[in-house]
Design a binder for this molecule. Sequence first.
Ligand SMILES: Nc1nc2c(ncn2[C@@H]2O[C@H](COP(=O)(O)OP(=O)(O)OP(=O)(O)O)[C@@H](O)[C@H]2O)c(=O)[nH]1
Ligand SMILES: [Mg+2]
Length: 295
Amino acid sequence: MKSGFVTLVGRPNVGKSSLINSFLGRKAVIVTEKPQTTRNTIRCIYNDSESQIIFVDTPGIHEPLHRLGEFMVRSAIQALKHVDLILFVVDASRGVGDPEDRICNILNQAKNRVFLVVNKIDIADDYEKIPELIKQKLEIEKVFFTSVVKGIGISELLNAVKEALPEGPQYFPTDMVTDRPLSFQISEIIREKILLLTREEVPHCVAVIVDEIAERSNGVLYVAATVYVERDSQKGILIGKNGSMIKQIGTLARLEIEQLVGKKVYLDLHVKVKKDWRNKDFIILNEIGMKAEIE
Ligand SMILES: Nc1nc2c(ncn2[C@@H]2O[C@H](COP(=O)(O)OP(=O)(O)OP(=O)(O)O)[C@@H](O)[C@H]2O)c(=O)[nH]1
Ligand SMILES: [Mg+2]
């Protein structure tokens, strides 16, 4: 069979996670309209009768303002090593800028095979010149124009990726969707709902940690999670008037977690203030789902 590892890289918000969900035909990773949604590298496993492709989702490459940001960019760069192919994703509506220049430099050092993916063509004009601009700085093997929203170019890209991969083993069981534990997937669903419902600085100041997952005798899955923010004012926004905001977040998250686990869920959400957590190690480690390992 054809198999291998394929890393998606690009500035924040270009549609890396959306492309992966589209390849897999299901939601494996969270997507929002806010930049810096993805904070970790996440391996997502695509299977069909003749291939297994491990798509590696990465945080968007940006200029970091705190240790969490540094961690995110470092882990994206790390994910370029020892993979079979890179998909360099560019937003057709934003074109080529400093972040793309920086990514070209990084990719030149990594010396991987690269396909350029110009995504969001449904909301852009004038994107045909993007490949030429990139090719001045980086060797590109193939170029694809895609729209996740309109489903344009996705199957062509997937087929080309498959063709580019070597003959190899099945690396993961076929029923595995990502390499992250359930606690991480649940924390991401909760964070996604917070990102969808809050604005300005709040989304970036939020971390979610699942403290407990327990099977109850009545068949309900009990999930306790803590939402960390950096300031009291952010806690107030998250809780909302008479608890209305946290209730809305909890309901949306619970419905999706129930779909994921296939049973009823009782979701117990708490909000705590942890000053400057984005510069503190322990939460950052929790963010990458390593809580169990460091305890
Ligand atoms: N119009 C349009 N929007 C898209 C397309 N692909 C993704 N989006 C939207 O772009 C936004 C960002 O998508 P993501 O998949 O989260 O982008 P990302 O590159 O993973 O972003 P980070 O995780 O922040 O690095 C979301 O609102 C998506 O719905 C597309 O082809 N067309
Ligand atoms: Mg993402």
